[in-house]
Design a protein around this ligand. Structure first.
Ligand code: GLN
Length: 470
């Protein structure tokens, strides 16, 4: 039997139901691993001091007859998701001491299910990044090779699960922040259909792009968490019911945009990708080559629209209403001092970029054009998903990169998101599933395959992902 902290949620839930283990034992196993590994991995910014009490409460609920699948399961929560009464800093100096005054809807739902929150996890500040190196509280390391990044921005959540310090985690994904760290740490990561999961109580990054979702060891686990957190929510008017999009028949046909794989992809990553396609064919799927001519624009479109929304969303941190506050000579000076010292370099870069593309002189040239291109990209993906049920690409072009390798070159960092941003721009659901490992400097590093489905068709993702997982 694997150790308790290494069980999948599904396995742990079975053992809990059979009375073979208690939630307290699961939590203690995770806490022991945290003590061993977190000091060097830096996956958790805070381990909640009441984790054991939460577990005991879950055990009591079970003893009283409750039997929900997530009851008593220890989960890690990304630090930009609000839990009432607990600090939520988004890994920023700006919110270092900010205490949430209400539960995010996803948290309220998980509390109802009886999940145990072990702690809050490190991330790129305000979710800006692909490596967790933009945290104001130091980078997180990849448990498979500590000289490498775990991906980002949900790198702390990914490292926590990959290292056996939680059984599953919540992350958020604006341009790949669940899927890319899943790929780099050997986990399953789901970015749900836009609107499937409420954004109430998530710290907004790009409001038209953001979704919360699971990082787990298995596809079944991701499905379990997704089903627990999804649903229409009065607190987020963009949410939809699970039957909002028409039901589609069982997925059979997978489109592969080969023209996107011709450049910039590591040869062994491409090899793993081809093997996974072979596995899918062996289990009854057909694969066909497709063209996505506009996909090449996705990264450029994303890096205009996202900073525009970031600059708007971060405007609320003015040194008056929330978090860090420095007094200056006058009100403008208060803003400048508070924002200048509260935000790290990447957040400041995005605020400036976003303000620029939204400014009256440049709106038409940048933001206006990007929104048109986004609509065309969405139409292209929609048309393609009339012809095929799923679109497959690698999640990332390479395995996890070295710590520091891309920190001096923001554009190189942005390029890591080449395959993931499209699903956020179009609102489609996408999943990253482990497709084996590639070797770098004697270490086996995981890589993931990404599948994208039609809006509302997470079921197609889970079905195909389970075949790859086998
Ligand atoms: N890496 C992307 C970025 O830096 C995505 C971030 C995210 O999904 N939160 O914008």
């Amino acid at each position: 039997m694997s150790k308790l902290n290494e069980l999948s949620i599904t396995e742990a839930a079975k053992k809990l139901a059979a009375g073979e283990v208690t939630s307290l034992q699961l939590v203690e196993a995770c806490l022991a691993e945290i003590e061993k590994r977190n000091p060097s991995l830096n996956a958790y910014l805070e381990v909640f001091s009441d984790a054991k009490e939460q577990a005991q409460e879950a055990d009591r609920r079970r003893a009283a007859g409750e039997s929900r699948p997530l009851l008593g399961i220890p989960l890690a929560i990304k630090d930009n998701i609000l839990i009432e009464g607990r600090t939520a800093s988004a890994a920023s100096k700006m919110l270092e001491h900010y205490v949430a005054t209400y539960d995010a809807t996803v948290i309220a739902k998980l509390k109802k299910e009886g999940a145990v929150f072990i702690g809050r996890t490190n991330m790129d500040e305000f979710a800006h990044g692909s490596s967790t190196e933009n945290s104001a509280f130091g980078p997180t390391k990849n448990p498979h090779d500590e000289s490498r990044v775990p991906g980002g921005s949900s790198g702390g959540s990914a490292a926590a699960v990959a290292a056996g310090m939680a059984l599953g985690a919540l992350g958020t994904d604006t341009g790949g922040s669940i899927r890319e760290p899943a790929s780099f740490t050997g986990l399953v990561g789901l970015k749900p259909t836009y609107g499937a999961v409420s954004r109430s109580g998530l710290m907004a990054m790009g409001s038209s792009l953001d979704q919360a979702g699971p990082l787990t060891r298995t596809v079944a686990d991701a499905e379990l968490i997704f089903n627990a957190i999804r649903g229409k929510d009065a607190l987020d008017s963009t949410t939809i019911d699970s039957d909002f999009y028409p039901k589609r028949s069982a997925p059979k046909k997978i489109g592969v945009p080969r023209h996107l794989l011709e450049r910039g992809l590591d040869a062994d990553v491409l090899e793993r990708f081809e093997q996974s396609l072979e596995t899918l064919r062996a289990s009854g799927y057909e694969t066909v080559d497709i063209e996505l001519p506009l996909a090449g624009l996705a990264l450029a479109v994303y890096y205009v629209i996202m900073p525009a929304e970031v600059s708007t969303n971060l405007a609320r941190f003015d040194g008056v209403r929330y978090g860090l506050s420095h007094k200056g000579e006058n009100l403008f000076d208060d803003y400048a001092k508070s924002r200048g010292s509260g935000f790290g370099p990447e957040a400041r870069r995005r605020i400036m970029l976003g303000t620029y593309v939204l400014s009256s002189g440049y709106y038409d040239a940048y933001y206006g054009k990007a929104t048109v291109a986004r609509a065309q990209l969405r139409a292209e993906v929609l048309r393609t998903l009339e012809q095929v049920d799923l679109i497959a690409t690698p999640t990332t072009t390479s395995p996890a990169t070295k710590l520091g390798e891309k920190t001096d070159d923001p554009l190189a960092m942005y390029l890591l998101d080449i395959f993931t941003v499209t699903a956020n721009l179009t609102g489609n659901p996408a999943i990253s599933v482990p497709m084996g490992t590639v070797e770098r400097e004697g270490k086996a590093l995981p890589v993931g395959i990404q599948l994208t489905a039609a809006h509302g068709d997470e079921a197609a993702l889970f079905a195909a992902a389970k075949q790859i997982e086998k």
